[in-house]
Design a protein around this ligand. Sequence first.
Ligand code: APR
Length: 170
Amino acid sequence: MATFHIVEGDICTMAVDAIVNAANNSLLGGGGVDGAIHRAAGPELLAYCRQLQGCETGDAKLSPAFLLPAKAVIHTVGPVWRGGAHGEAALLASCYRRCIEVADAEGFRSIAFPAISCGVYAYPNGPATEIAVAALRRWAANSSVEDIYLLAFSTEMRGHWAAAIAATEA
Ligand code: APR
């Protein structure tokens, strides 16, 4: 059973097996987490991602971490919030499932997530973090993943992660 850890800070500093990037479908960089990870990893990350040929929303793809302290980056593309009637919840849950599947395939034991879709993609933070923790509890249970770090880029987000963990406790 994986253990959750809430961390308030920059995901780029996490020395874990994999950090997760909240990317866009092109995988060619952007703002937010995506911009921070590409800046910290260096230009080789973009060169590598070019040959990944994009990523579907809800899917996840692996790359090296280059200059980052993590061993790898798992790039996933969250849904843009469009009011909740366009399959957003299922797509967001799929992001977390696919990231665990990719990590498990590599035998990774530690992984750090940002709050996928909770920035530019405007997913309401409460529902997004509950979907995330519920999906992680389900899919990490039979995987190599033992430690899950949930990054909060604000105190408010720390509260959402804590509430989501409490709300989904067995
Ligand atoms: N470390 C941890 N968390 C961060 C960091 C960071 N360095 N930078 C931002 N965050 C937080 C944001 O505060 C938000 O809670 O990560 C969450 C996700 O925000 P975004 O990075 O905006 O990601 P998302 O909402 O999924 O939008 C993705 O934004 O940057 C572009 O190319 C990206 O088009 C894609 C879109």
